[in-house]
Design a protein around this ligand. Structure first.
Ligand code: ARG
Length: 570
C-alpha cells in the first residue's frame, strides 16, 4: 500500500503531540492543505486546541512544537500568525509518492472500505412513465458514488429500485381496457401508456367512480389475478426496454435491479412486527406510525401498503442478503422526510445497523427556466437532452477537427455531448439546483467535461509524439520526475493529493469535490504546459514526459470515476 501524501505528516504530528494531547490523537484532522504556497503545503492548527485545553499561549506552544516535527517528507516547518504551523513537503518525496501512486492501477487510493459492503440505491425510475431528466441526477450521482466507493475498496451493490408496484397500475389497467389506441400502442408503447395515465387523471377528476375501479384492479393485481398480472408484466417489459436504452447510452450498469415488487410479499410481516413492537398503531382502520411532528401511514384502510412499508421490507431484505455496513439512497430532496421516517422506523424495528444515508439533490433547471420535477406536465425526455448535446458537440468537432474521419468525429461528439451533460450535473454541489447552460457546459474553457477531456487528450498527444521512434522516444520512466520549476511542483502536488481527495469526496458523498480537484489538476497542467517545454525540454525532457504521463493517468482515472468516456484525440 502506498501511503497517502498526508500520512507521513499525520504520523509525525501524532508522535509530536501524543504527550500533550488532552483527547488522544483524533486531532490530527486539524492538518489541512493550504490554498496559498506562501503558507506551505499543509497547515496545522492544532496548537490552538491544545493551548486552550492547557491554558497556554498558542504561538508559544506552536514554537515549542515546530522543532519537534521531524520527518523525511517535511523539509520546512514555520510558525505563522497567532500559532499556525506551516509545513512544506520535500520535493523528492512528492515526486516519489506520485511515481509510486500512478504506477498502481488504483493510483494510490487507500482501500478504506475493504471488507465492507455498501448498497447504493440509485436511478430508480417508475414503470409506465418515461424516464425523464428528473431521474438523471440520481443516475449520474449514484453511478459516480458506485465507482468512487469501488475505487476505495468497498464491495459495492448498485441497486436500481424501480417503482414497479403501486397505485399507478390500477389506474393504468382501467385506462388500458377503456381507452387504448392499439395503433398508437403498436407504434410507441411507452408514449401510449403515458397518454393513458394522463387520460385517467383527467377523467377521474370528473368521474370519482374511476378511482374505485382503479382500486379494485390494484386489489386484484395484488391477489395475483392472472389477467392483471399479465398486463402488469407487459407494462413492466415496455418500461424496462426504454430504461435500458438510456443506461446503455450512459454506460451505466447495475448489480441488481430489484424493484418495489420484489418486496411485496414481505410487507405483511413488516406491518405485523411494527404493531407487535408498539411502533405502529391502528387508527381508523389504517396502520400508522406517529412521529414527534407528523404521522405516516404504513397500511391504508383498504389494505394497500405504502411506499415506506416497502422500504422497510427492503431494508430487512438487504440486511439479510448483504449485511451492508452502509446503505446510500440517491433520491431527490423532496423525499427527505420519507427517508428520515424510514430510517427511524428501521432503527426502532432493529432492521439493520448499517449506516443509512440519504444523498439528496436539488432540481434541474433548464436555461429557459423550465423545471424538471417529476410532476410537471411538459416533461423533457432524457434521451432528447442527450441528443441535443451531442448535436451541439458535433458542430464544434466538425468546425475544429475537419481532418478527422466521419466515424471518429461522431465518436468524439458522442463522448463530449453525453459527458458534458453528465459533468454539468456532477460538477455542482448536489444540494443546489442545477441550471443547464449549453454554451457553458460545452465550452473548452472552465470547469467542463470538454476542458478535462481536452487536457487529457493533450497529455496523450504529447506522449504519442514522444513515443514516435523517429523522435527517439521511449515510454517515460515515472521514477525520473525531478522538480525543476515552480509550475512542475504545483502540478505534482495536485497529483499527489488525488488519492486523499477521492477519499474525502467519497466520505462526503460529493462527486463535485472530485470534479473540482480534476479541474485544478487540469488547470495546473495547462499552466505547466504553457511555460515548460516538454518535447523540447532538453535535460528536463525525461522528467517532464514522466510528469505528463502521471497527469494523464490521474485525469483518466478521475474522469472514469465520474463516468466520462475518455478520449486520446479530440
Ligand atoms: N421510484 C422512486 C421515485 O421515482 C424512487 C425510489 C428510491 N429508492 C427507494 N428505496 N425508495 O420517486
Amino acid at each position: 500500500m502506498i501511503p497517502a501524501l498526508l500520512q507521513p505528516i499525520l504520523d509525525a504530528v501524532a508522535a509530536t503531540v501524543a504527550p500533550l494531547s488532552p483527547d488522544g490523537l483524533g486531532e490530527v484532522e486539524s492538518v489541512a492543505p493550504t490554498g496559498n504556497p506562501a503558507h506551505g503545503d499543509y497547515q496545522w492548527n492544532f496548537a490552538f486546541r491544545i493551548a486552550k485545553a492547557q491554558r497556554m499561549n498558542p504561538r508559544a506552544l506552536a514554537e515549542r512544537l515546530a522543532p519537534l516535527l521531524q520527518h523525511p517528507a517535511i523539509t520546512k516547518v514555520e510558525v505563522a500568525g497567532p500559532g499556525f504551523i506551516n509545513l512544506t513537503l520535500d520535493d523528492a518525496w512528492i515526486a516519489r509518492t506520485v511515481a509510486a501512486q500512478v504506477a498502481e492501477p488504483n493510483v494510490g487510493i487507500a482501500p478504506e472500505g475493504a471488507g465492507r459492503t455498501v448498497i447504493i440505491d440509485f436511478s430508480s425510475p417508475n414503470v409506465a412513465k418515461r424516464m425523464h431528466i428528473g431521474h438523471m441526477r440520481s443516475t449520474h450521482i449514484g453511478d459516480a458514488l458506485v465507482r468512487m466507493h469501488r475505487a476505495s475498496g468497498w464491495n459495492v451493490v448498485g441497486d436500481n429500485h424501480i417503482g414497479d408496484w403501486g397505485t399507478q397500475f390500477g389506474k393504468l389497467i382501467v385506462a388500458y381496457r377503456s381507452w387504448l389506441d392499439p395503433e398508437a400502442f403498436e407504434a410507441d408503447p411507452i408514449g401510449e401508456l403515458e397518454r393513458l395515465y394522463v387520460e385517467f387523471g383527467r377523467r377521474a377528476k370528473e368521474d370519482p367512480a374511476l378511482g374505485d375501479a382503479a382500486r379494485a384492479e390494484i386489489a386484484k393485481l395484488q391477489k395475483g389475478d392472472p389477467e392483471n398480472t399479465a398486463l402488469w408484466r407487459q407494462f413492466l417489459a415496455i418500461s424496462m426496454a426504454e430504461f435500458e436504452a438510456v443506461y446503455r447510452r450512459l454506460g451505466i450498469r447495475f448489480d441488481e435491479v430489484l424493484g418495489e415488487s420484489a418486496y411485496r410479499d414481505l410487507t405483511d410481516q413488516v406491518v405485523t412486527d411494527l404493531l407487535a413492537a408498539g411502533i405502529a398503531e391502528v387508527s381508523e382502520g389504517a396502520t400508522i406510525v406517529r412521529f414527534e411532528h407528523d404521522v405516516a401511514i404504513f397500511r391504508k384502510k383498504d389494505g394497500a401498503d405504502n411506499y415506506g412499508t416497502s422500504d422497510i421490507a427492503c431494508l430487512r431484505y438487504r440486511e439479510a442478503r448483504w449485511h451492508p455496513a452502509r446503505i446510500v439512497y440517491v433520491v431527490d430532496m423532496r423525499q427527505q422526510r420519507h427517508f428520515q421516517q424510514v430510517f427511524e422506523v428501521g432503527r426502532r424495528l432493529g432492521a439493520t445497523d448499517a449506516e443509512l444515508v440519504h444523498v439528496w439533490f436539488g432540481m434541474l433547471v433548464l436555461p429557459e427556466g423550465v423545471k424538471m420535477g417529476t410532476r410537471e406536465g411538459n416533461v423533457i425526455r432524457l434521451v432528447d437532452l442527450l441528443d441535443e448535446s451531442v448535436r451541439r458537440a458535433r458542430a464544434v468537432v466538425d468546425a475544429k477537427s475537419p481532418n478527422l474521419d466521419e466515424a471518429e468525429r461522431a465518436a468524439i461528439a458522442e463522448a463530449v455531448g453525453v459527458g458534458a451533460v453528465r459533468y454539468a450535473d456532477l460538477s455542482q454541489n448536489p444540494q443546489t439546483n442545477v441550471t443547464f447552460d449549453w454554451d457553458r457546459m460545452l465550452s473548452l474553457e472552465g470547469n467542463t467535461a470538454p476542458y478535462l477531456l481536452y487536457s487529457h487528450a493533450r497529455c496523450a498527444s504529447v506522449l504519442a509524439k514522444a513515443l514516435r521512434p523517429e523522435e527517439g522516444g521511449e515510454a517515460p520512466d515515472l521514477g525520473a520526475i525531478v522538480i525543476g520549476h515552480p509550475l512542475e511542483r504545483e502540478l505534482l502536488l495536485a497529483l499527489a493529493r488525488y488519492p486523499e481527495m477521492v477519499a474525502a469526496a467519497t466520505r462526503g458523498f460529493r462527486p463535485n469535490q472530485l470534479a473540482e480537484h480534476l479541474f485544478e489538476v487540469a488547470n495546473r497542467f495547462n499552466r505547466f504546459y504553457h511555460d515548460c517545454p516538454v518535447l523540447k525540454g532538453g535535460e528536463a525532457r525525461a522528467s517532464r514526459l514522466a510528469l505528463v504521463e502521471a497527469t494523464r493517468r490521474v485525469l483518466r482515472h478521475g474522469m472514469e470515476l465520474l463516468g466520462l468516456s475518455v478520449l486520446d484525440r479530440m
